[in-house]
Every structure is written in structure tokens, then in C-alpha cells.
Design a protein around this ligand. Structure first.
Ligand SMILES: [Mg+2]
Ligand SMILES: [Zn+2]
Length: 224
């Protein structure tokens, strides 16, 4: 456990799940979490690793998800790399810092994937229309392959509408949290008439409580 595998835009930490987590289908379920504004405070494009902080409820939330047999997968857009505000190295340092803090309190994620691109980035190497920037589905497909996931039984949690769009695009459910940009995004989505999230939660802890109550109702559309 705790061996880190790194590769282009990916850090994967594999740890065994209990046998009952994989259902008859042979496919596992996961909760996909956004990073900034969901797991941690949204600190803009901060260049200082120490500026990044997990929310206090993130540790118990992740512990509860794994205890309930969910894979926990983080997917994050880090366009600050393409914009030239910070390097991929900083992104990795932030992730290592979060991982060690989680581990200290008996929590962990299974993997974190990030997109460093942006179509109008200032750094040419990252300036592109990619398949991995949310709400594009590239990183979710990768996680699906690597963890053999049944996406219809997965739930996404994020503070932006792109997180909800991505969830619905892949046939999963989406929970909007009101931390980070959540409040502004929720107000805007109602003004614009965007298709609603499956649930709106005050924060990640409340989102996890909802997931644990409704997780077994399986597919999208099954819950009010
Ligand atoms: Mg976010
Ligand atoms: Zn990308």
C-alpha cells in the first residue's frame, strides 16, 4: 500500500478494497471528487504549496466513502499550468501534501488525475483543446478502465456546473456542493435553466451523507 505510480497527469495510489465492494457485475463503484472548492479551499492560482488546505470535513468524508466500499477518485482541471501561473511540479507537491495529511488521519483517495491544459494557455506545450479538461470525459474514461467501474453506479461531487455536466454525460449522478464556487454556480444554473444536479449539498460531508443514503438506489433518475 501507499506505493505511488506517477505518469503524465496521473498519480495513482492503489489500495485493496474489501471483497464485497465489487458487486455481481464485477464492476466497482466510485465517487469522483473535484479538488478545488470541493475537497479543499479554492485558493485561486496560488503558487505556494502551503496555501492549499483541505476542508476539515474532507478527512471524515473520504474515510466514510471508502468504508462504504467506494473507490475515491479525484479529477481536477489545473489550467494554471497552461496559463503559466504554476508548474506541474507544484500540482504534484500539492497532491503529495494532501495525501500525507489524509494518510495521517486514516483517509485516502485511490487516484488523482489532473488536466494541465487550456485552449488559450500561455505555455505552448499545454495550449490545446484536450480530451481531459472537464467537462470532457477523458479522465473519467481512464479511471473507468483502470478501476473497472460501472459509471451508472458512480456519483460525482463538485462545486462547478462542469462537474455536474460531466457526471450526466457519462450517465452518473452529480452532486453540487455549495463551497468554493458552488453558491454562485447554483444561482446561475437556476437563472439559466441548466439541467439540475441530482442533489445540492452544503459541503462534501453533506454530499457524502446523501451518497451513503442513496448509493444503493443505483442508476441516475432513481432518486428524487
Ligand atoms: Mg472546483
Ligand atoms: Zn487536458
Amino acid at each position: 500500500m501507499n506505493s505511488l505510480v506517477e505518469g503524465e497527469g496521473r498519480e495513482t495510489e492503489r489500495a485493496p478494497l474489501r471483497g464485497d465492494d465489487v458487486e455481481r457485475s464485477g464492476l466497482a463503484r466510485a465517487v469522483f471528487l473535484d479538488r478545488d472548492g470541493t475537497l479543499s479551499e479554492d485558493v485561486g492560482y496560488a503558487r505556494d504549496v502551503m496555501a492549499y488546505r483541505l476542508f476539515p470535513w474532507t478527512i471524515p468524508a473520504l474515510r466514510a466513502l471508502r468504508r462504504a466500499g467506494y473507490r475515491v477518485i479525484v479529477i481536477t482541471n489545473q489550467s494554471g499550468v497552461a496559463r503559466g501561473y504554476f508548474t506541474e511540479e507544484l500540482v504534484r507537491q500539492v497532491h503529495h501534501r494532501f495525501e500525507s495529511e489524509l494518510r495521517r488521519y486514516g483517509a485516502q483517495w485511490d487516484a488523482i488525475y489532473y488536466c494541465p491544459h487550456h485552449p488559450e494557455g500561455a505555455v505552448m506545450a499545454y495550449r490545446q483543446v484536450c480530451a481531459c479538461r472537464k467537462p470532457a470525459t477523458g479522465l473519467v474514461e481512464r479511471a473507468q478502465r483502470e478501476f473497472a467501474l460501472d459509471l451508472r453506479r458512480c456519483v460525482f461531487v463538485g462545486d462547478k456546473y462542469s462537474d455536474i455536466q460531466l457526471a450526466h454525460r457519462v450517465g452518473a449522478r452529480g452532486v453540487l456542493v455549495l463551497t468554493g464556487h458552488g453558491r454562485e454556480q447554483w444561482a446561475r444554473s437556476r437563472r439559466e435553466g441548466w439541467s439540475p444536479p441530482d442533489h445540492v449539498a452544503e459541503n462534501l460531508w453533506e454530499a457524502v451523507r446523501w451518497i451513503l443514503r442513496h448509493g444503493n438506489e443505483a442508476e441516475r433518475g432513481a432518486t428524487p
